[in-house]
Design a protein around this ligand. Structure first.
Ligand code: 5IU
Length: 473
């Protein structure tokens, strides 16, 4: 005999709430499972069961109110509300454009405790936004109950922001039930579990930023690692703290042998090596294999400054395939914000479980650059909305306080202010202390020096010292 929960999962599967196949999520991520509870409004008895199970899973016993989150949280909250005789609130997705412009409907009083009701949790951002809205109304909101926890980091994200989430079931448990009743094969179950493990959603931070608790400029790289679950950002923060380096070398050389020899020389001093792979006159897959080995040996990441700038479908084919097959070897790439976030979603769809990420070019170092304040704001918004894949920005000023995002500043060289083709330079100190750079990108200042190895050591020390001054000042 199936338990109440088991029967519920089997019924949800039967009506198509749980589907297996090849799905593209809102974020552009490819997923082998799709879970969409909206369908239950056509199955009132099942909706009642879902409501009962969620009420049983609630973090505490008593609440003054419950709040359903649009859309799927609303019908579920309604069945709980009528059954438990608890007043309900509705949180809209957007404030309506007329009348009172309220985001929350229903009666409430300051200080009342409110339980949030959501269907699924991925990154936790939707629950978090609801909590912020309810807190603005002076309600006491610390708890949420969800039906499915996709185990992609959402519960931990919310916990770190002071919100408890209880779920009726998580993805692993759901797969176990479907497997037990022969609704899916072991292979399908394995692929789903493998997917969730590899696709942890990025962390939350909004509150942190607006409260000024954690200003990027004042945080250590080490502490910033825990503000994100973006895998490449985490790796990079980790390398930067471990190697005490916020130096990226721009390896603009045209021969494979030069590239590899430079990587060997500067490897011990850098957190990142930046390439323009299409300037190599003798590119081969062996050179990137070799570069990957050097990167592992010296513990740095590889950053292809490709500046993807086309529609999602095109950049996806440029990223994965062609002569360079960039997705295979570059931990990070740059994108322009110009096309809109399709460019990020396009790249994200190619990553297929490998830790990959992108940096949005928001400002450039060259004279006459066309990026306006409006454009920069748009890039920041795009980063926030795509934080599972965006690592940070290329910028020349402090465009974001968000501790999750890493700011990379090129146009850095000591003792030189420009080149003849419009490049403009600042010193590593000025880049870090005056412009808010986390990582300084140095090209010719190192590659054209007589001794790239000691030049790299020197730039590394100067940039890291400036960072240390910044966080302690
Ligand atoms: N680069 C810039 N400025 C920018 C961006 C990228 O210089 O705004 I976006 C690249 C170009 C080159 C490296 O690969 O960074 C800087 O090299 P030099 O330090 O040699 O100027």
């Amino acid at each position: 005999m199936a338990s109440k929960l088991e029967q519920c999962v089997l019924d949800l599967f039967k009506i198509g709430v749980v589907k297996f196949g090849d799905f593209t999520l809102k974020s552009g991520m490819k997923s082998p499972i799709y879970f969409d509870l909206r369908m239950i409004i056509s199955f009132p008895k099942l909706m009642e069961t879902v409501g009962e199970l969620m009420w049983e899973a609630r973090p505490r016993n008593d609440y003054d109110l419950i709040c359903g989150v649009a859309y799927t949280g609303l019908p579920i909250a309604t069945v709980i509300s009528t059954k438990q005789d608890l007043p309900m609130l509705i949180r809209r997705k957007e404030a309506k454009g007329y009348g009172t412009k309220k985001l929350v409907e229903g009666n409430y009083a300051e200080g009342q405790s409110c339980l949030m009701i959501e269907d699924v949790i991925v990154s936790g951002s939707s629950v978090f936004d609801t909590a912020e809205t309810l807190k603005d109304l002076e309600l006491d909101v610390k708890d949420a109950v969800v039906f499915l926890d996709r185990e992609q980091g959402g519960a931990a994200n919310l916990k770190s922001m002071g919100i408890n989430v209880k779920s009726v079931i998580n993805m692993t448990e759901m797969m176990a039930i479907l497997l037990k009743f022969n609704s899916i094969t072991q292979k399908v179950s394995d692929s789903v579990i493998d997917f969730v493990k590899k696709n942890i959603a990025s962390s939350l931070k909004k509150k942190v930023e607006s409260d000024g608790i954690m200003d990027r400029l004042k945080c250590t790289f080490e502490s910033r690692e825990s503000t994100t679950v973006q895998p490449v950002s985490r790796k990079l923060f980790n390398i930067m703290s471990a190697k005490q380096s916020n130096l990226c070398v721009a390896a603009d050389v045209t021969k494979s042998a030069e590239l590899l020899s430079l990587a060997e020389k500067v490897g011990p001093y850098i957190c990142l090596l930046k390439t323009h792979i299409d300037i190599l006159s003798d590119f081969s897959t062996e050179v990137v294999e070799e570069l990957k080995n050097i990167a592992v040996k010296h513990n740095f990441l590889i950053f292809e400054d490709r500046k993807f700038g086309d529609i999602g479908n095109t950049v996806a084919t440029q990223y994965s395939g062609g002569p360079f097959n960039i997705v295979d070897w570059a931990d990070l790439v740059t994108v322009h914000g110009l096309p809109g976030d399709g460019v990020i979603k396009g790249l994200g769809s190619c990553a297929s479980g490998q830790p990959r990420g992108c940096i949005i070019v928001s400002q450039m170092s060259s004279s006459g650059t066309l990026t306006s304040d409006e454009y920069i704001k748009g890039c920041c918004k795009m980063a926030e909305e795509n934080a599972h894949f965006v690592i940070g920005f290329v910028a020349q000023s402090n465009i974001s306080k968000d501790p999750r995002f890493i700011v990379f500043t090129p146009g850095v060289q000591s003792g030189c202010t420009s080149d003849v083709l419009g490049q403009q330079y600042v010193t590593p100190r000025a880049a870090v202390l005056e412009r808010g750079a986390d990582v300084v990108i140095v090209g010719r200042g190192i590659t054209k020096s007589d001794d790239p190895c000691s030049a790299a050591k020197h730039y590394k020390e100067e940039a890291f010292k400036a960072y240390q001054e910044r966080i302690t000042s």
